[in-house]
Ligand binder design. Structure first.
Ligand SMILES: [Zn+2]
Length: 195
């Protein structure tokens, strides 16, 4: 499967989950590590209808020399996350639960004692996971700096307040499973915190 085929298939899946409404969200895979190059979904297309060539190659700063395709505006943050974390794939969706959780806990969302934490690469007991939250910003340099400041190698996710969630992994498959489990965890946290 080419990177474009894999990204289109993942986007269709996330769209079906209701996590990529409108043209929101973007996914990337690392195609070269030195220098860093990523295949990232193009800007402005319905993510449920992407074709395999609706991807564009960008460098670590999100820049491309593609004469036609426009990368996602958030490509630079994908590059930053891949560079800092060593991830092979980064997924970003506008699911609701992560945004509601970030609204409730702007200092970071604490998760513990939940079986589903195992799907996030952590333990179901005696483990505390704090998912960092950063304020939204249209400047990817500002977002990237905020991400790096709160980065922990054992927490492969970032919540952007009033915006969405980033999750990463060795490949799209691992990133998908982490995202699915994290979305469940955050939904649980929000639902059980209601008064
Ligand atoms: Zn977004």
């Amino acid at each position: 499967m080419t990177p474009g085929e894999a990204l289109a298939a993942e986007c269709a899946r996330y769209t079906a989950m209701g996590w990529m409404r409108g043209t929101s969200g973007n996914l990337s895979v690392v195609v070269d590590r030195d220098p860093l190059r990523l295949a990232v979904t193009v800007s402005g297309k319905d993510k449920g209808e992407l074709a395999p060539d609706d991807v564009v190659l960008v460098d670590a700063e999100g820049n491309t020399d593609d004469p036609v395709r426009v990368p996602s505006a958030e490509a630079a943050l994908h590059g930053r996350i891949a560079a800092v974390s060593g991830a092979g794939a980064v997924v970003h969706v506008h699911a609701l639960a992560p945004v509601v959780a970030a609204e409730h806990w702007p200092g970071g969302v604490e998760l513990r004692d939940l079986e589903m934490l195992k799907g996030f690469g952590r333990y179901a007991h005696d483990d505390v996971v704090v998912v960092p939250v950063v304020p939204n910003n249209q400047d990817m340099k500002v977002l990237g700096d905020a991400f790096e400041e709160g980065f922990r190698p054992d927490v492969p996710a970032l919540l952007v307040a009033r915006h969405g969630v980033y999750v990463w992994g060795d490949d799209l498959y691992q990133a998908r499973h982490r995202l699915e489990c994290l979305e469940w965890l955050l939904r649980f946290k929000v639902e059980t915190s209601r008064r």
